[in-house]
Design a protein around this ligand. Structure first.
Ligand SMILES: C[S@@+](CC[C@H](N)C(=O)[O-])C[C@H]1O[C@@H](n2cnc3c(N)ncnc32)[C@H](O)[C@@H]1O
Length: 404
């Protein structure tokens, strides 16, 4: 939950006195162990502002890995959790370059900071006045940072308090990132989002609309007429973004975008070729990035990288080489799934640390590891999957991802 910031806190924290107090507070360790003593010290120096100061410094320390320039930002605990990581926001902003954009659920400005660098005009709105005040502070910090080698000068952003379901701009691209908590719990129900997805679709019917959603959304039930883009960042699937038909590439309904720090984005769509051969397993097993799997583009990925499937219904791929940027598993042997002989085989090979990957077979890897009880020194990976009707076990050695 975290500290409940008020607008007066935001005004103080953004003032010269607040900035000086934040700088002094940032000198303290503020670890779980030192927190009580540190809080006492800040309270003696800054009285009632102590909780807001300490919370802000702790949130900034957490935020710097997610948000560019967050060392100067004002945030709340929830707003930080909900904010789009800068790398993902930058990718979306690049797709909207040159457009006039209205972010109707702007919160503390995670998306706005990126849009301000690519779009010709940017408006942000939200129902929460505290988050809007924080967004104003954060965007001023972004503008003060100015351009850098990789990013252009940010333009001005207009901020207004408004309900997303009452359109207040015309001819702008609408960007929405509805909250995913309903009654304190995360939801995958589009109608339980805040604001609800069906209501956003009605409010902006016929407009260019971009909606960031959870990657677990049931795409089939959504009946979305444009493109659904699943994005991962450094191996973790972060979001599914809905692009209305006017913003989608012709013939594209699904896209997987793989973002890795320090590498250019890699993207794959359902308009890409998906012809792959049917063959016996090659020398390697390849587990494609989660964005590719979630977007249903495993065949397209295989076709691009000269791979084929172990089984047409399973997302594991196989081939003669591992594509750059992901881990591969070199196949040493293949067995039927029978626990006793498998245990004896692992013992014979002096198996120690054992990674177990399972897809398409109903078993618990932790329970199986306990049963196999590897006690040796050599690390192995077991890839257990279904081929046709039977479970197959591949004994492998894993390699780290090669640079992309
Ligand atoms: C998931 S957050 C957006 C995070 C933002 N994209 C970022 O990167 O920082 C959702 C925001 O929607 C706002 N919100 C919820 N219902 C709204 C509504 N009906 N109109 C406008 N904003 C709303 C909440 O106050 C919250 O700030």
């Amino acid at each position: 939950m975290g500290y409940a910031f008020a607008r007066a806190d935001v005004a103080f924290l953004g003032s010269a006195a607040g900035r000086a107090a934040l700088a002094a507070t940032a000198e303290l360790p503020l670890t779980d162990g030192s927190l009580l003593a540190d809080l006492g010290r800040v309270r003696r120096a800054h009285g009632a502002a102590a909780a807001a100061l300490v919370e802000t410094v702790r949130l900034r320390r957490r935020a710097v890995v997610k948000l560019d320039g967050a060392g100067e930002w004002l945030l709340t605990d929830d707003a930080l959790q909900q904010a789009t990581p800068s790398a993902v926001a930058r990718h979306r902003a690049a797709r909207l370059a040159g457009r006039e954009v209205h972010d109707v659920t702007c919160s503390i400005g995670g998306e706005l900071a990126a849009l301000a660098r690519t779009c010709t005009a940017v408006i942000g709105s939200d129902v929460d006045p505290v988050r809007l005040a924080m967004a104003a502070h954060n965007l001023a910090a972004v503008r003060a940072a100015g351009p850098d080698a990789a990013r252009p000068e940010p333009g001005p952003v207009a901020l207004v308090r408004a309900d997303a379901l009452t359109p207040c701009t015309r001819d702008t691209v609408i960007v929405a990132d509805p909250g995913r908590r309903a009654g304190g719990r995360r939801t995958h129900d589009p109608a339980a989002l805040q604001p609800p997805l069906p209501d956003l679709r009605t409010a902006y019917a016929g407009r260019d609309l971009v909606v960031k959603c959870a990657p677990g959304l049931d795409f089939a039930r959504l009946d979305w007429p444009g493109e659904i883009e699943v994005t991962s960042l450094d191996g973790g699937v972060r979001e599914a973004c809905l692009w209305s038909p006017g913003l989608a590439e012709p013939k594209v309904t699904r896209r997987a975008t793989v973002l890795r720090t320090g590498q250019p984005p890699s993207t794959l769509t359902d308009a890409d070729p998906d012809d792959i051969p049917e063959r016996e397993p090659g020398s390697w097993i390849v587990d494609p990035d989660g964005a590719v799997v979630r977007a249903g583009l495993v065949r397209q990925y295989a076709a691009r990288h000269d791979l084929w499937q172990l089984d047409p219904r399973i997302a594991y791929l196989t081939g003669a080489a591992v594509p750059p940027g992901i881990r591969g598993f070199r196949i040493l042997d293949r067995f039927e799934f029978r626990e006793k002989p498998l245990r004896a085989e692992l013992r014979r090979r002096d198996c120690g640390p054992l990674e177990i990957l399972v897809r398409g077979v109903d078993l618990d890897p932790d329970r199986l590891r306990r049963t196999l009880a590897p006690t040796g020194r050599t690390p192995y990976t077991l890839v257990i999957t279904r081929i046709g009707r039977a479970a197959a076990v591949f004994l492998c050695t894993a390699t780290p991802a090669t640079p992309g």
